[in-house]
Design a protein around this ligand. Structure first.
Ligand code: GLN
Length: 197
C-alpha cells in the first residue's frame, strides 16, 4: 500500500493521519526531507498558510517540497494547504510565499471576517451523495487556469458559484476540511489518485 505523508510542521495533522490510516494506507508526518523521501503522495493540511511557508523555509523543506510537487508527486491541499498549492494569492499577506503547482488564484479568508466558519452540503464531482463540508476561515478559488477542473462549487447563499475544490493532474485542493468528518470519500479520491500514479 502507498505511503502518504502529511506535512506536519503546522496545522491539523492528526486528523488527516487518522483518516488515511483508517483507509488503509501508511500515513506518516513529514517534518524533514528523509520523511518526504518515503512518500508516494502528500497531504498539506489546514492551518495557517503564512506560518506553514515560513516553517517550511526554516526547516529546509520548502524547495524539496516544490521539487517533489513539480516532479509529479500527488499532493492534496486542504484550506491552508490549498493556499500553499496555489500559484497565485489575491490579497495575500505581504511577501507571502506558496509552494505553487496548481494554476489557480485563491483568495484567503474569502468568506468574510465575521464568518469564521460555516458548513453545508456540497455536490462533489463523481460522488453519488453530497459531501458535508466544513469551512474554517477558508479561501476560495478566484480564477482557474486552463487544465484545472472544478470539483465542487458553493450552490447557494452569498458565495453561490464560488469554486471550493479543484484538481489538475496529480494535484488537488479543497477549501473545506474533509478530515473533520467521518466521511472519507474525498481522502479515498486522493488515495486513488496516488495509486493510479
Ligand atoms: N485562513 C487560513 C490561511 O490563510 C486558512 C484557514 C484554515 O486552514 N482553516 O492560511
Amino acid at each position: 500500500s502507498p505511503t502518504i505523508g502529511v506535512f506536519a510542521l503546522q496545522g491539523d495533522v492528526r486528523e488527516h493521519l487518522r483518516l488515511l490510516t483508517e483507509i488503509g494506507v501508511t500515513a506518516i508526518g513529514v517534518r524533514r526531507t528523509s520523511e518526504l523521501a518515503q512518500c508516494d503522495g502528500l497531504v498539506i493540511p489546514g492551518g495557517e498558510s503564512t506560518t506553514m511557508a515560513k516553517l517550511a523555509r526554516t526547516f529546509e523543506l520548502f524547495e524539496p517540497l516544490q521539487e517533489r510537487i513539480r516532479g509529479g508527486m500527488p499532493t492534496f491541499g486542504t484550506c491552508a494547504g490549498m493556499i500553499m498549492l496555489a500559484d497565485r494569492i489575491e490579497d495575500g499577506a505581504h511577501d507571502q510565499e506558496t509552494l505553487g503547482g496548481l494554476d489557480i488564484t485563491v483568495r484567503r479568508n474569502a468568506f468574510g471576517r465575521q464568518v469564521h466558519s460555516f458548513e453545508g452540503d456540497l455536490d462533489f464531482d463523481g460522488f453519488d451523495a453530497p459531501v458535508h463540508a466544513v469551512f474554517i476561515r477558508a479561501p476560495w478559488v478566484e480564477q482557474l487556469g486552463p487544465g484545472v477542473e472544478a470539483l465542487a462549487t458553493i450552490q447557494s447563499g452569498e458565495a453561490a458559484g464560488r469554486i471550493v475544490a479543484v484538481r489538475a493532474g496529480h494535484l488537488m485542493a479543497t477549501s473545506f476540511h474533509p478530515e473533520v468528518d467521518a466521511d472519507d470519500r474525498v481522502h479515498r479520491y486522493f488515495v486513488d489518485l496516488v495509486r493510479q500514479s
